[in-house]
Design a protein around this ligand. Structure first.
Ligand SMILES: Cc1cc2nc3c(=O)[nH]c(=O)nc-3n(C[C@H](O)[C@H](O)[C@H](O)COP(=O)(O)OP(=O)(O)OC[C@H]3O[C@@H](n4cnc5c(N)ncnc54)[C@H](O)[C@@H]3O)c2cc1C
Length: 387
């Protein structure tokens, strides 16, 4: 029997597995993908702070960025230019492999090609049924960490509900034509409630993607057409990938002998769908709490509640403000969005925010507060709320 079984060998699951193993616990990771390279639907943009805090010992950076071009629905351009690099684009496939290699070096056992199917929580252990090929197998552990990303379907057994507030991310690799900065496109016709992105990497490769709860394939097709018409990209025969993103945590992220972490727990920025940083922040909290609970031999729900309390102290206010802002943004029509771009451009709001200390890549609520302090923006947004 393992001390801890982690379901999901993504960045969050592998980080937790390594952390627990380094503290002397026996840890297994159940991962449904085969060992080695897998196709992952993620752009891999993280803050410099995230990189330095969690990944500095790894060679993952494809490109650094200090500027971006943001387009309004009708094409007004807002340039975001910072003096220093703000964003690092990392090789997302290598991130998963590097995190898993670290965990393996720390003694974690990986069960690849194994899909968790059923979770049975008993008084003194957890029974996990998983499928490997056509065989159904079972493994046991004192505790389970659910880090399997979006919508695992396992949650029924744990009483954790399926996410209601979610979106679907769609992304494809293309060739770009001399695009130098990250470009963001807004508007209901691009990605209702969200935005589309064109992220140039080196070697002429670029990632084009967007988020939309409904028909993301249709919007991606339209977006690719638009970028081709603008002469920005050529398609290269790649097929699009799609993945769900949970935008709101479930009611509870812990229970008897288990906790939920990362995308599975909705620890994701609601305005952008970025979840690597918040997932890793919560993974640290998870490691400390599970280590403590294992050492004390107390894995009861009331003990593991401390994990949720701690991560919510750190992130809940941020998540709530950003969800609210996302709700308002989603209700704005293209005309209102255009107007906000015009005001922002003419008034110098953007430059003011960028040069102030409020700009923080990972915490958007400070930028939101700063933006709504401008009466013209606040008035426009309140019209969005009233709709
Ligand atoms: C299009 C798109 C672009 C994105 N871009 C960014 C970005 O630029 N920056 C950013 O920070 N975030 C981004 N994200 C979000 C980011 O990818 C996630 O937040 C991050 O991957 C969360 O990590 P995780 O370990 O919690 O989950 P995941 O990375 O989803 O890992 C879960 C793992 O569990 C495995 N698994 C699932 N079910 C089972 C099962 N039943 N049994 C066994 N294994 C299972 C999966 O194979 C997977 O390896 C993007 C997401 C999308 C969809």
């Amino acid at each position: 029997m393992y001390d801890a079984l982690v379901i999901g060998g993504g960045p969050v699951g592998s980080y937790i597995a390594r952390g627990l193993s380094s503290k002397g616990h026996t840890v297994g990771v159940l991962e449904k993908s085969p060992e080695g390279k897998k196709k992952i639907c993620c752009t891999g943009i993280i803050s410099k702070h995230c990189y330095q805090s969690y990944l500095a010992d790894k060679d993952l950076i494809l490109k650094k960025g200090r500027s971006a071009k943001v387009y309004s629905p009708s094409g007004t351009l807002l340039g975001l230019n910072h003096k220093e690099d703000q964003a690092y684009i990392i090789d997302r496939i290598s991130l998963d492999s590097a995190m898993a290699a670290d965990a393996g070096d720390a003694g974690v056992e990986y069960l690849h090609n194994c899909t968790a199917r059923n979770l049975e929580i008993t008084k003194d252990h957890v029974r996990l049924d998983y499928q490997k090929g056509s065989q159904l197998r079972t493994s046991e552990a004192k505790t389970v960490i659910i880090a399997c990303g979006f919508n695992s379907g396992l949650f029924k057994k744990t009483g954790i509900s399926k996410p209601k507030n979610y979106t679907i991310g769609a992304q494809i690799e293309v060739h770009h034509r001399d695009v130098e900065e990250i470009e963001i496109y807004t508007g209901k016709h691009i990605a209702p409630g969200f935005f589309g992105w064109l992220v140039p990497l080196d070697n002429k490769k670029a990632l084009v993607g967007l988020m939309s709860k409904y028909t993301p394939n249709k919007y991606l097709k339209g977006f690719l057409y638009l970028l081709k018409e603008k002469g920005k990209i050529d398609v290269n025969g790649d097929t699009p990938a799609y993945r769900g993103i949970t935008l709101q945590p479930p009611k509870r992220t812990y229970g008897e002998r288990f906790i939920v972490v990362g995308d599975a727990a909705g620890q994701v920025k609601p305005l952008t769908g970025g979840g690597i940083y918040f997932g890793l922040v919560c993974a640290d909290i998870a490691v400390n709490n599970i280590d403590n609970a294992l050492k004390e031999g107390d894995l009861r729900s009331v003990k593991l509640a401390a994990y949720e309390k701690e991560w919510k102290i750190k992130l809940n206010k941020e998540l709530r403000i950003c969800r609210l802002a996302h709700g308002i943004y989603s209700r704005l029509n293209n005309r209102q969005l255009d107007r906000i771009f015009d005001i922002s451009k003419d008034s110098g709001i953007v430059d003011e925010i960028i040069t102030s200390n409020e700009l923080e890549f990972d915490f958007h609520s400070r930028i939101i507060r700063k933006a709504i302090a401008f009466p013209t923006i606040a008035k426009l947004l309140s019209r969005g709320i009233a709709q």
